[in-house]
Ligand binder design. Structure first.
Ligand code: DGY
Length: 324
């Protein structure tokens, strides 16, 4: 029998996932649980047959130019994979996979959490109570915005956006609009109660809440800039569970300060975890540390999905979630 493939894992994973990796592969698990720098990633690429990476591993063209490369598959733990330079991976004949589907519900739940927290000023309220500043119930205290009946505009209409549309429309009585250059079929849209708009400008102009669900690509980076934010209704809310670099922080911060944006709910940030510190002083921003998929069930499912991709590859079977 040939030796088990060598798999190196860059971050701590749920215990059940680490146990399954130990059973199936000659695995090197992460004990430090810190992001691996370029040099460390190049060491891994030279030693592992398979790399189980995460969004915090920047597998750039320079890193992938390591020599010699032993790695034949990068199984990324996450649905997003903008941390990996795909053309460079392809040039080195490395297969790249992701973990779609299993995080859809939990990420949509978190987007809904941010909508509710932002519109109902839940972060402000909790800070007030914990700091001992609460003066008691009164009719004008921390008045937020009613959710039912408001218009939610979804930018990007993939799996997570559709799951959010279902929750917002059928659960919270919102009217849901969407913009996607490649929209789902009318039947799929009708199932989740969403109406398409032909342009992003039209969507922004009609929405009380705009929620971002597009990947980070050259076309979407910096998309929500000052001009786009100006197209939003005065007093609208912005929600981002996609990627931090889709928004321009200067523009979002200026709009939150001026009140053009009544609030923003952000789970992802450019350069995270070193976020723009100006956000910290803004009461109308709800800030979460990239928790979209962070439930025990989902993180385990993501791990098992990555394992299945590795196992299929090394068994010579069709790799289920192959990106390139
Ligand atoms: C994802 O799956 O893309 C999450 O943002 C974590 O990486």
């Amino acid at each position: 029998m040939s030796a088990a493939p060598k798999v190196i894992v860059t971050r701590r994973l749920p215990a059940s996932v680490e146990a399954a990796l130990r059973e199936r592969f000659d695995v090197e698990l992460s004990r430090r649980d810190e992001p691996t720098n370029a040099e460390g990633l190049q060491r891994v690429l030279g030693q592992a047959d398979g790399l189980l990476s995460t969004v915090t591993d920047r597998l750039t063209a320079e890193v992938l130019a390591a020599y010699p490369i032993r790695t034949r598959i990068i199984a990324n733990f996450g649905v997003g994979y903008e941390n990996i330079d795909l053309p460079a991976a392809q040039a080195h004949e490395i297969v790249v996979t992701n973990t779609p589907d299993v995080l859809t519900d939990c990420t949509a739940d978190l987007a809904m959490t941010l909508i509710l927290m932002t519109m109902r000023r839940a972060g402000e309220g909790e800070r007030e109570l914990r700091s001992g500043r609460w003066l008691g119930w009164r009719p004008t205290h921390l008045m937020g915005a009613r959710v039912a009946g408001k218009v939610l505009g979804l930018v990007g209409m993939g799996r997570i956006a559709r799951a959010l549309a279902r929750r917002a429309h059928h659960g919270f009585g919102m009217r849901v609009l969407c913009f996607d250059p490649s929209p789902p079929s009318p039947v799929e849209l009708a199932a989740v109660g969403a109406e398409p708009r032909a342009t992003l400008a039209a969507l922004l102009a009609e929405s009380d809440v705009v929620s971002l669900h597009c990947p980070s690509t050259p076309a979407t980076r910096g998309m929500m800039n000052a001009a786009r934010l100006a197209q939003m209704k005065p007093g609208a809310f912005l929600i981002n569970t996609a990627r931090g670099d889709v928004v321009v922080d200067d523009a979002v911060i200026a709009a939150l300060k001026s009140g053009h944006l009544a609030g923003a709910g952000l789970d992802v940030f450019r350069g995270e975890p070193n976020i723009d510190r100006r956000y910290l002083g803004l009461e109308n921003a709800v800030l979460l540390p990239h928790l979209g998929s962070a439930t025990r069930e989902t993180r385990e499912a993501m791990g098992f999905r990555a394992i299945e991709n590795l196992a299929a590859f090394f068994d010579g079977r069709t790799v289920p979630d192959r990106v390139v």
